[in-house]
Design a binder for this molecule. Sequence first.
Ligand code: SIN
Length: 326
Amino acid sequence: MKSTLRIILGVALALGASLALAAKPVVIKFSFVTTLDTPKGKAAQAFKAYVEKASGGEMKVELYPSSQLYKDNQEGINALIFNNIQLLVPSATKLKGYNPAFQFVDLPYLFKDNDHFKRFTESDAAKKLLQSLDKAGLVGLGFWPNGFKHFTANKPLRRPADFKGLKFRTQTSGVLEAQMKALGATAVPLAFSEVYQALAQGVVDGQENTLSNIYTQRYYEVQKYLSLTRHGRLDYVVITNKIFLNSLTPEQKKIFMDGIAYANQVAFKEAVGLNQGALEKLRQRMEVVELSDEDRAAMEAAMQPVYDEYAPKIGWDLINAIKALR
Ligand code: SIN
């Protein structure tokens, strides 16, 4: 009789546990500011598909694109630290409050091409940067690419003199402020979600971003010229928080990490094509200004003072490690 009771109790407990599991999947809230049709959006969708399939529905990924939940400034980072969301992929420079070295990504003409950036993401220097987030309760999981930035405005921009007196939306970054100053212009830091309106209302004269962001944010509706300056990069850091990561079982953690690794591959696979495709579509909607070698050299020379001011803050060790991977 006793053993029958024990069996019944055991079955009831197992059923209860599996019902609880079925009723309560692990939810991963992933907030980002771009649309789904961007390198970040595609990688996010790949992560969701992988994790939900591999966990058999035990883990659920909720995607919140287009700043619908948080902006990825401090508001988003705080939400992550307090575990209100579990994944954030801000552009690297937005983490400068935790380590000023994350502004490396803004340094003009530092990266030669997309492969150079990829080599950096696999380097010890990149791992060290990610580890520096540890003390804030954050866990750096890797870097995802977007690509090279270009300027837009309502006039063609080829040489430093063309920028004089204009106002440009930038991300909040000392390096970008110094960059615009070096060109005789002013940086106006604004959240990504506010840029279209600021351009439409003439609060700023222009902005800098990747081709996929320029296209998916429809800046072509409010800007006439796209100047292919390719003067800097915009790339991302994938971050989660320790509270969430420590709450996962070893199996769930493996699925989560494998999902990140898979999404990482997708991000690198998609980024170049998405930016190239965006350029083709932008050519039909804007005047595209190509720079000659001389124009490019003049732009690069004008931006050199940025290194004098910011290389010591970012660290020559990191900059030289990146240059060595050219
Ligand atoms: C993003 O690509 O996540 C937005 C970058 C920006 O603020 O310009």
